[in-house]
Structure formats: structure tokens, C-alpha cells
Design a protein around this ligand. Structure first.
Ligand SMILES: [Zn+2]
Length: 111
């Protein structure tokens, strides 16, 4: 019998901080899953969490080695659950982590 190969490339190893009583990271609440369900998006959360001044799209593009449309898409998703906020600084939008957001305050996602 042949077990069909599952498409695993979109998934990544369970992050160490996912609570033990959660059998799968998909059991996280939907908002938080949006934040951490994609590894590069969660990396972005950690980068922004370490940055005091916030980061622009070009800076994030360089730091993560992703294409700009991908970065913009991730930022929009993070904004949709209020995990990041942005301010206009000159010609650039500067994004910073919204540390009071539900994901960080209540669900305790570390960054
Ligand atoms: Zn949550």
C-alpha cells in the first residue's frame, strides 16, 4: 500500500512555545494561527518585536530575504489581526509590533 505524500512544505516544525495541551498549532485561535502559521510571517513578528523604532518594508525585505509583495502580504495579514501597526514616516510606512495585541497579551505568543 502506498501512502500518498502529504504536502509538508507549507508547514514547519511545531514551535517550542506552542502549549503542550494544544495538539497542533492549528488548534491555536484563528487570529493567532494567522500570525504564526507561516514561518516567515512569524519571523517577521520576531524581527519587529526586537526593533524599537519599527521597520520599513525595504528593511524587512532585506532582513528576511523575501520578495517585497510577499512582505507586503504578510504585513497586511498581521495588520488584519492588529498584530502590527504602521505610521507614515516621510515616504515610507514604518511598521511596529502592537505589543498590546490579543496574540501577545492574551495568547502569549512570544516574540
Ligand atoms: Zn489568540
Amino acid at each position: 500500500m502506498n501512502t500518498p505524500k502529504k504536502p509538508e512544505e507549507a508547514r514547519y516544525p511545531r514551535p517550542a512555545w506552542v502549549p503542550q495541551n494544544v495538539s497542533d498549532e492549528e488548534d491555536l485561535c484563528p487570529d493567532c494561527f494567522k500570525v504564526v502559521g507561516v514561518q516567515s510571517r512569524y519571523k517577521m513578528v520576531c524581527l519587529l518585536g526586537q526593533s524599537k523604532e519599527g521597520m520599513g518594508v525595504s528593511e524587512l525585505t532585506k532582513a528576511l530575504g523575501l520578495r517585497q509583495p510577499t512582505i507586503t502580504h504578510h504585513l497586511q495579514t498581521l495588520k488584519s489581526v492588529k498584530a502590527v501597526s504602521s505610521i507614515q514616516k516621510g515616504r515610507e510606512q514604518i511598521y511596529s509590533l502592537n505589543r498590546e495585541a490579543h496574540c501577545f497579551e492574551e495568547c502569549k505568543i512570544p516574540y
